[in-house]
Design a protein around this ligand. Structure first.
Ligand code: FRU
Length: 496
């Protein structure tokens, strides 16, 4: 084991004790110490789920990328394992970037990841050479392949940029062949996703450019994922430098999906539509896996590169994953629901039916907390005008609150954390349009200590945001402008 890997393992073991359990999210994965970004190698292997992640153990800011590691039996309770990779080879000396895993026929787990190595090019400009590399392991310890890298700039199509070539997502087909999609920058046209094939995981051949951005959705694409779902094929990717477009896409870093048909013979992917994956503030770089019982589950980084300043000085860790979400295609769109395993954390149900909220703010006995699974069905009141706005206010005390509000006349839902205690001038609000029948919608809100995930209409849309409000702000109230009738079910989610 390299000195760098030993150092990281020792450092995390010694320093994790300094982070108190109360200061971590209760059921969202945070880094063992230091900083976390993208989920990597999300997989089911040797009887449990594995989640690796982009990891800088030494600081709560991005830095030399290692791969952190955690395992889980149920996608909710995670146990840290030692760091699996450190930037300790010539080809990854400046970072072990994102990648994925695959179980081999001999029982080993293989990682394919991007190595980042800085050079000064012929024009005297610093560039990052990005190559794809392998490591083999048993679920705890991994050895980097001694003939790395296995895919390099030489394997790029014409105009492919070797300095922006990363985040391999690998899979095996029924016929035993291996495939990988890798993000790349086309020097003329911004992001593209490249498809490679191999018979042995070692020798890879470029097959085709699966998808080209053509300057439409942001600039460089990152972290592609390509998988079958409900008879269709889905391509998810995250882009730098998006331009806002209506309420669908916001400027900056964003994650989108294409749904289409894939012809495995010709490797033609014909996308039919594209939409944002999450309409909140903090979501990026997701990865999916298939569970042993056949569900497609996605997990993403519950952060956004542009909002990383949402931190408090005393924060002993930075970055967390979203709740793993079951995916399905419904009405031509990706539908997301929290994994059903979350329900095992539910306690103390409180429920109310037919509560009238009329031009007022009300709270309901027993409905409060920062560890909550809360469902609210909202509908108009017969014989009265359609309400103007309905809001749920949470993480609330006399000073702070975060709001989700819905205006049926505009069909727009807004998440607003302006008053959540952040002292930074960063994005705190976001909106999306939603389907509803005359003001009837449902919201399921999953609150952990430092986040809120709002699932609208049973997963039709999701809005995710990190919320760092002091934990004693645990009030929840309901506000109507006009008259609305609500049915509310609240569970506490018990700390693990
Ligand atoms: C996406 C990303 C990836 C890269 C990693 C580096 O968030 O920029 O493209 O592999 O983060 O940490």
């Amino acid at each position: 084991m390299s000195q760098k890997l030993q150092d990281a393992r020792r450092y995390e073991e010694e320093n994790e004790k300094l982070i108190h359990k109360e200061d971590r999210p209760a059921f969202h994965l945070s880094p063992r110490v230091g900083w976390m970004n993208d989920p990597n190698g999300f997989s089911y292997y040797n009887g449990c789920y594995h989640l690796f992640y982009q990891y800088n153990p030494y600081d709560t800011h991005w830095g030399p990328m290692h791969w952190g590691h955690a395992v889980s039996g149920d996608l909710i309770h995670w146990k840290y394992l030692p760091t699996v990779m450190a930037p300790d080879r010539s080809y990854d000396s400046d970072g072990c970037y994102s990648g994925s895993t695959l179980e081999l026929a001999d029982g080993r787990q293989m990682i394919m990841y991007t190595g980042r190595h800085l050079i000064i090019d012929e024009n005297g400009i610093e560039q990052e050479v990005q190559t794809q590399n392998l490591a083999f392991g048993d679920g705890v310890n991994y050895e980097k392949y001694d003939r790395n890298p296995v895919i390099t700039g030489k394997d790029l199509p014409e105009n492919g940029n070797p300095y922006a070539f990363r985040d391999p997502k690998i899979w095996k087909e029924q016929d035993g062949t291996y495939w990988v999609v890798i993000a790349n920058e086309d020097l003329r046209d911004s992001g593209q996703v490249l498809l490679y094939k191999s018979d042995d995981c070692i020798h890879w051949t470029f097959v085709k450019t699966l998808m080209k951005n053509c300057g439409k959705l942001g600039l460089m694409w990152e972290c592609p994922d390509f998988f079958p779902l409900d008879g269709k094929q889905v391509l998810i990717s995250s882009a730098q430098g998006m331009l806002a477009s209506g309420l669908e896409y916001h400027s900056g870093f964003g994650t989108f999906y294409f749904i289409g048909d894939y012809d495995a013979e010709s490797c033609d992917f014909k996308p039919e539509c594209n939409y944002a994956v999450d309409y909140g503030i903090d979501f990026y770089a997701p990865q999916t896996l298939f569970t042993p019982d056949g569900r497609c589950v996605m997990i993403g980084w519950m952060q956004n590169w542009d909002t990383c300043n949402l931190r408090t000085k005393s924060m002993p860790w930075f970055g967390q994953m979203c709740i793993p979400r079951e995916l399905a295609i419904r009405d031509g769109r990706l539908c997301q629901k929290p994994v059903r395993e979350l329900e095992a954390l539910r306690t103390d149900p409180v429920s109310y039916r037919d509560v009238l909220v009329e031009d007022s703010e009300i709270s309901l006995k027993g409905v409060k907390g920062r560890l909550v699974d809360l469902t609210i069905e909202i509908e108009p009141v017969e014989g009265k005008d359609l309400y103007g706005e309905f809001g749920v206010r949470f993480a609330q005390n006399g000073i702070f609150h975060t709001d989700v509000s819905f205006r049926p006349s505009e069909s727009v839902i807004t998440i607003d954390r302006r008053f959540s205690g952040s002292r930074k001038d960063i994005v705190h609000q976001r909106q999306t349009d939603v389907n509803h029948e005359k003001g009837k919608i449902s919201l399921r809100m999953i609150l952990d200590k430092f986040s809120a995930e709002i699932f609208v209409n049973d997963g039709e849309k999701v809005l995710t945001a990190a919320v760092n409000t002091d934990l004693n702000a645990d009030g929840i109230s309901f506000i109507a402008n006009g008259a609305a009738r609500i049915h509310v079910t609240r569970y506490s989610l018990h700390e693990m």
